[in-house]
Design a protein. Structure first.
Lengths: 274, 268
């Protein structure tokens, strides 16, 4: 059986006026239905770009993303997204924000309300339906973001650094709740993060990307039993392994950077002596 | 806590409440003293009443004005001219400022020329506008529109520039169309800026209404004040001026304050 979603040889380059700046290079992996996949990598490796391509917010320069066997070229109504900045509309009430996706799909008002209330209950915010986003804390705002993503009953939920703008205590409980939602709904999750323990805590599989341009460094299966305990030795071991991979990556990119600096300096020196 | 402690606490709260009440009434002191001084200056003859009529005379004249149908018509005329002018400025400025705020290339093309025209003194254009449109309401509406355009354009453009990119990402992910993105993301985002722009425009245009109406020869409240002065019935001029102030204040309170307090409910 083929995967629910396949990312096939996806590359992305941003074109500058002078040259193309590669951001992603030949990314290929599949995601199975109900799987929780995390994408980790050093900052600037293009992991968020990869997620945006899957969301249909950006087009790959080459390669393609296939969803249920069909190529994905624009946003798909079965794929929804949770944002690092929460991206709630401040002029809408909490309920109005959760209803937004349903509204775009043309659901009648009373049905929208019913579904949105259900989703708010799922994230434990049913009391807040009439509040405005500014009245909520960061953690609560992200719960609304998750409820909004769930409301359209997607097959895949994309999360772009969804826990990064929240204080660690709140983020921890929110992660536990997302793990719970994943278990209950059996939806597919794709989370981009730079937080390794977070990835190990949530993921069935972790895709490790290299520094810019992002290439697949490794794909690891995380076969720890849930709920996962950060203090267990196997958790710590996986953390060490990935950290080692990334450290190697960072060091090599720092060395590359240093060498290029030396070359630049050499050129300047040559020019002066001429 | 014992009863005594509780009662002193309650007492303190009472005095606090009373002082808040007192504080919110402080503005009355200068207002009332101003009226008294005005009345005295006129009544004692320090300034001849032909120049400054007594405050009570002005109040009586204001009452008389309300009885004159021509006066109400003039007020209505001025208000209508300004409103049409400001609304047409809004219809022109809104789409232009939105595309400028959202597309940097259009902004770079369009905004310099708009800045250049906006830098011209608006009142200097007045005689030209009268020449082009002829004296009358059309020239007044046109002038109001010119004055109102720039504050609206610049505040809304600023608002459109500040819309977070993720708002558009949300719209795209949930498959919102162009129309829906405009009506449900862009317009609500810039609504507070639009209210600010309209408020600035209204204040500004209402302030120079006299100049507009005199030069454009419109029979409105502005020309009423002017002709009262030249006819020597100064108390009518004073009454007219007070009405202009009162109308500006009530539009500000009833329309703009209400809108702003609604916006404040959700704005961070």
């Amino acid at each position: 059986m083929s995967s629910q979603m396949e990312i096939l040889d996806v590359s992305k380059a941003y074109s500058d006026s002078k040259k193309a700046l590669p951001a992603l290079q030949s990314i290929t992996f599949g995601v199975d239905r109900g799987e929780f996949v995390c994408i980790v990598g050093p900052s600037g490796c293009g992991k968020s770009t990869l997620l945006k391509i899957v969301a249909g917010l950006e087009r790959p320069t080459s390669g393609q993303v296939r969803f249920e066997g069909k190529p994905l070229t624009s946003p798909h109504e079965k794929i929804s997204m949770v944002f690092q900045s929460f991206a709630l509309f401040p002029w809408r009430t909490i309920l109005g924000n959760v209803e937004y996706g349903l509204e775009m799909q043309g659901w009648p008002r009373d049905k929208r309300r019913g579904i949105a209330l259900e989703c708010l209950e799922m994230v434990g915010l049913s009391e807040c339906e009439n509040m405005y986003p500014k009245q909520l804390s960061g953690g609560m705002k992200q719960r609304v973001g998750i409820a909004r993503a769930l409301a359209v009953d997607p097959e895949i939920i994309l999360m772009d650094e969804a826990f990064s703008a929240i204080d660690e205590f709140t983020a921890e409980t929110l992660r536990e709740e997302v793990a719970e939602i994943h278990r209950e709904t059996n939806k597919t999750f794709l989370l981009v993060t730079h937080n390794l323990p977070e990835a190990i805590e949530l993921a069935d599989r972790i895709v490790v990307l290299s520094a810019r341009p992002g290439k697949i460094k490794n794909i690891l299966d995380v076969e720890l039993e849930r709920p996962r305990d950060k203090a267990r030795s196997d958790f710590v071991q996986i953390h060490k392994d990935i950290f080692h991979l990334l450290k190697e990556e960072l060091e090599s990119s720092i060395v590359k950077h240093k060498i290029s600096c030396i070359h630049e300096f050499q050129k300047l020196h040559d020019m002066e002596t001429k | 806590m014992n009863i005594r402690g509780l009662s002193t606490l309650l007492d303190r709260r009472k005095t606090q409440k009373a002082s808040v009440k007192f504080g919110s009434m402080l503005w009355l002191i200068p207002v009332v003293s101003f009226m008294i001084v005005w009345e005295l200056v006129a009544r004692t003859g320090i300034v001849p009443t032909g120049r400054v009529p007594a405050f009570t005379t002005v109040l009586a004249t204001m009452y008389k004005c309300l009885m004159i149908p021509d006066f109400s018509l003039r007020v209505f005329r001025s208000f209508l001219n300004l409103s049409i002018g400001i609304l047409s400025a809004l219809f022109l400025a809104l789409p232009l400022s939105l595309v400028a705020g959202l597309r940097s290339r259009i902004d770079l093309t369009l905004t310099p020329i708009i800045m250049l025209i906006g830098a011209l003194p608006d009142l200097a254009l007045l005689p030209l506008v009268v020449m082009w449109f002829g004296p009358g309401n059309a020239a007044a509406v046109m002038m109001a529109a010119i004055c109102a355009f720039f504050p609206i354009y610049f505040t809304v453009r600023e608002g459109a520039k500040g819309i977070p990119r993720d708002y558009f990402h949300v719209a795209t992910v949930f498959k919102a169309g162009r129309f829906s993105t405009t009506s449900k993301v862009i317009l609500p985002s810039v609504f507070p800026n639009m209210v600010t722009g309209l408020r600035l425009s209204f204040d500004f245009v209402w302030e120079i209404i006299l100049a507009i109406e005199i030069i454009a020869s419109v029979t409105g409240i502005g020309t009423f004040i002017e002709s009262s002065v030249s006819a020597g019935t100064v108390e009518y001029a004073f009454a007219g001026i007070l009405f202009v102030g009162l109308i500006a204040l009530s539009v500000d309170r009833l329309l703009f304050r209400t809108l702003e307090s609604r916006i404040a409910r959700w704005r961070e």
